[in-house]
Design a protein around this ligand. Structure first.
Ligand code: 6GU
Length: 231
């Protein structure tokens, strides 16, 4: 990206690279998504890089254990604080200014406004917890905790993918045209949903494309699009 330096009539060109480090016991699940479509193109163009840290590498003892039974009793296993913290510290050593994110149903609701804010960062570290949960003491080593909705998933991988996708597409140069990111859903206030879209054919099984979109009348089309946002 090239920016004009205020006061000097010069342009400075900077390579915009966002480094995304994912801490997970299942790093392989990310590869199909991150090596397809928009995300693949973004990494090919050096707009983003993906790196994986396997939590197992920080497991304790000869069996590389990462979890243990919960204090106080109950079902399931809890990810131990030490392997999680060591993995986060390793990722922070690689990128000291990165924002550390823990996807968790206990976090605050993830919204487009957060995606916009995260897209300004040069580095993200996403910690995918699993099993019944994680030792709460790890939260001292993270900057943000986000939930992606009011339901429970088995692990942080799908929320991590959601966050990465929503952020990377906002990095300048990732989307098609200059207006793509500006016009779209949720842009202003986490509320507004973009208007519906149509392409060829004009008629499919009796369903017609709204007449106004075929007229070429730009003001009427703008009005129709404005009226057909979901608010
Ligand atoms: Cl971020 N994690 C898990 N495990 N479940 C969730 C979630 C996160 N957000 C909604 N449900």
């Amino acid at each position: 990206m090239c920016v004009k330096n205020a006061g000097y009539s010069r342009y400075f060109c900077i390579l915009v690279i966002m480094k995304v480090q994912i801490i997970s016991l299942f790093p392989e699940v990310f590869k199909p998504l991150f090596s397809s479509s928009m995300l693949e193109k973004a990494s090919r163009n050096n707009l983003v890089s993906f790196e994986y840290i396997n939590l197992r590498d920080f497991g304790l003892g000869p069996r590389k254990s990462v979890d243990d039974t919960p204090y106080g009793g109950g079902d399931g296993m809890v990810l131990m604080v030490e392997p999680l913290t060591l993995a986060i510290e390793k990722a922070r050593d690689n990128d000291p200014n990165a924002i550390v994110i823990l996807p968790t149903p206990r976090g605050r609701q993830y919204k487009q406004s957060e995606a916009i804010e995260l897209a300004r960062s040069k580095g993200l570290i996403i910690v995918c917890a699993h099993y019944e949960g994680y030792d709460e003491r790890v939260t001292d080593y993270v900057d943000r905790q986000y939930s992606i909705g009011n339901y429970v998933l088995t692990g942080g991988e799908i929320p991590a993918m959601t966050i990465v996708d929503s952020v990377v597409r906002l990095i300048p140069g990732v989307l098609g045209g200059p207006e793509s990111a500006a016009n779209e859903s949720f842009q202003d206030d986490d509320q507004t949903i973009e208007h519906p879209h149509y392409t060829r054919p004009e008629e499919f099984r009796g369903q017609k494309v709204p007449e106004v979109l075929l007229t070429g009348h730009h003001q009427n089309i703008r009005n129709w699009r404005e009226d057909n946002k979901r608010k």
